[in-house]
Ligand binder design. Structure first.
Ligand code: CUA
Length: 338
């Protein structure tokens, strides 16, 4: 088979790869579709370095091909070509051009690196969020507002969100590709980061440090709201819960079985996710659909949904002590946690 034919056979593979790679662009989880200034500046740096690399490759290959053809050995010509060793002109060209290219890359990279490490944690105009990573969930505390939530970070649009990040157990890493990042969360040492959302939307976040059996399931979301909607969310989080009569049985069961870890208060403690406002969240445990069926499934045996997490199974057939009716009562109560 001719060489050309062999290459031709690779074409379908290339076509399939093109389709697969274009599928990577989920708009809520893509550093290539920035939705905030930090992410936009980081994308600019990616494009700049890509442009410089492509430019170098094209120029070098063009010269290479030109030299290969123009100065090839011709029949009957046995003369020694002109020797360029020690040519000052050439030495200067191939030293100065890379230096200039590196400067073009280095100046914006260094300046954005410093800009993006600005610590806004003392800035009164920023919204402060303390992020604590746990195996395998995220806790978001707002120390200035006296509230805490989990799995779904809520932020006002167009405002700098100043994060202080730490881990309660092993190392994790916090990343919201649409808004920028990412940064490690370590036990005992806090890191800082700031992000800002330009749009009212929900973005996806991921843990990007291998942290155990359910590392790949340690997802969270970031919901950006208008300032007015954010303020009313804060007020709602602080308002005392009202439990309808139909959910009181579930509340009793919840108090007996769940309250040693989960809180349902504005700024509940962080052994397990604070469930105040749980009914308004988009996902369950960051990965499951927010439906009564999935909630029951989760309480029955959370290890099946997210292996290695710290919540024990409550369903009788999974070794727990609650029957299906009791689990359903708890689910009914959870749905009232607005
Ligand atoms: Cu937490 Cu990976």
């Amino acid at each position: 088979m001719s060489r050309l034919k062999k290459l031709w056979r690779l074409l379908p593979l290339l076509a399939v790869m093109t389709f697969l790679l274009t599928g990577c662009g989920d708009p809520t989880l893509s550093a290539l579709q920035p939705k905030g200034p930090v992410a936009s500046e980081q994308l600019f740096l990616m494009k700049l370095s890509l442009f410089i690399m492509v430019f170098v490759v094209i120029v070098v290959f063009a010269i290479y091909v030109y030299v290969l053809i123009r100065f090839r050995k011709r029949e009957g010509d046995n003369s020694i070509p002109k020797q360029v060793e020690g040519s000052h002109v050439l030495e200067i060209i191939w030293t100065v051009v890379p230096i200039l290219l590196l400067l073009v890359l280095a100046v914006p990279t260094v300046s954005y690196t410093f800009k993006h490490s600005t610590n806004y944690n003392k800035d009164k105009a920023a919204v402060h969020v303390k992020v604590t990573a746990h195996q395998f969930w995220w806790q978001f505390e707002y120390p200035d507002l006296g509230i805490a939530t989990a799995q779904q970070l809520v932020v006002p649009k167009d405002k700098i969100i100043a994060f202080e990040l730490i881990s309660a157990d092993v190392s994790h890493a916090f990343w919201v590709p649409s808004l920028g990042g990412k940064v490690d969360t370590n036990p005992g040492i806090s890191n800082t980061l700031y992000l800002q959302a330009d749009e009212i939307a929900t973005f996806q976040g991921r843990c990007t440090e291998l942290c155990g059996a359910s590392h790949a399931l340690m997802n969270f979301t970031v919901e950006s709201k208008s300032q007015a909607d954010f303020d009313s969310w804060v007020a709602k989080m602080k308002a005392p819960a009202t439990v309808p009569a139909t959910a009181q049985k579930g509340e009793e069961l919840f108090k007996e079985n769940c309250m040693s870890c989960h809180a349902v208060t504005a700024n509940g403690p962080g052994v397990a996710p604070n469930l105040k406002g749980f009914a308004d969240r988009d996902t369950l445990a960051g990965i499951l659909e927010h439906t009564p069926e999935k909630m029951a499934l989760w309480i029955h045996n959370p290890q099946e949904q997210k292996p290695g997490n710290k919540m024990p199974a409550f369903g009788k057939s999974a070794g727990g002590k609650l029957d299906d009716a009791q689990i359903n009562d708890i689910v009914q109560y959870l749905q009232t946690l607005k």
